[in-house]
Write a protein that binds this ligand. Structure first.
Ligand code: OAD
Length: 249
């Protein structure tokens, strides 16, 4: 069915009149750029692979070659895709609101490439690599990207891994702290493209709502977040967000 004009206008009004806004995005926001969402990404060669094996320390230890190839495929894809109208709409929103914080669970850089500064990446970046043993940063070469297994650290010989947060790992404390503060003080919290099942990120919309924020959720499907939002805008973020921004003009 999709979000109605009245719902779009209601969101636009809230956003026009607020001085502080926190936005949290998930994989759905990059879907229209051609980055498969995490749960859709288990296709093709990886159709029968448990997501925990692709995104956990245990999975990496068990089969480093498979995890490496999966991330290299995701990394290659993230480099060639372009921001979509949803990313651009959020960058326009950032420029309009006095205190604006964009929090993302995505490991791509599409928000930055759309012109959104100071993005808080809760789950790290697919462009960063470091040594499992000594923690030293590693710059990926073309050979590394084509390699069948993780390259070795130039300093200690340890295995290089992607700089993303895996299941069971702690989120970067300073980044999560900044995200929490922004949610606690936001007048409006806008969530887009997340299933809301991965914690602690999934708590942030409720942190905001408990502190009095008006909660808006954008998603083609209902989630635990949309069920508790003040306003649910049904539809793909690449269509809904430009409509909201259009109604603010
Ligand atoms: P998911 O893959 O769990 O969920 C994607 C959400 O996007 C779903 O709710 C879809 O309905 C929605 N969606 C699909 N297409 C959309 C579109 N065009 N516009 C808007 N929404 C759309 O992704 P996340 O919620 O981001 O963590 O998953 C959270 C975390 O789980 C990821 O950051 C990743 C994964 O494990 C780590 O890697 C640590």
């Amino acid at each position: 069915m999709g979000a109605s004009e009245i719902e779009i206008r209601r969101a636009a009004e809230r956003l026009t009149n607020c001085r502080s806004c926190a936005v949290m995005t998930g994989a759905g926001v990059s879907a229209e750029s051609g980055v498969p969402t995490f749960r859709d990404a288990q296709t093709g060669l990886y159709a029968n692979v448990d997501p925990m094996k692709l995104a956990s320390v245990e999975g990496f230890r068990e089969d480093p070659a498979m995890v490496w190839r999966w991330y290299m495929a995701r990394f290659g894809r993230a480099r060639v895709v372009e921001p979509n109208p949803g990313h651009f709409a959020l960058a326009r929103l950032a420029a309009r609101i006095e205190r604006f914080t964009l929090i993302t669970q995505n490991v791509d850089d599409l928000h930055e490439r759309a012109g959104c500064p100071d993005v808080l990446h809760l789950h790290g970046s697919i462009a960063r690599y470091f040594c499992t043993d000594c923690g030293e940063d590693h710059t990926l070469t073309d050979d590394d990207r084509a390699a069948p297994e993780p390259p070795a650290c130039a300093h200690c010989g340890g295995m290089i891994r992607p700089g993303v947060v895996w299941f069971g790992e702690a989120l970067p404390r300073d980044i999560f702290g900044a995200a929490e503060r922004a949610c606690r003080t936001a007048e409006v919290m806008l969530v887009a493209g997340t299933s809301g099942v991965v914690f602690p990120a999934a708590d942030l919309p409720f942190v905001a709502r408990s502190a009095g924020a008006y909660l808006i959720d954008v998603n083609p499907e209902r989630t635990l977040i949309s069920d508790r939002a003040d306003l649910f805008l049904e539809g793909p973020s690449g269509e809904v967000l430009p409509r909201v921004l259009g109604a603010m003009d």
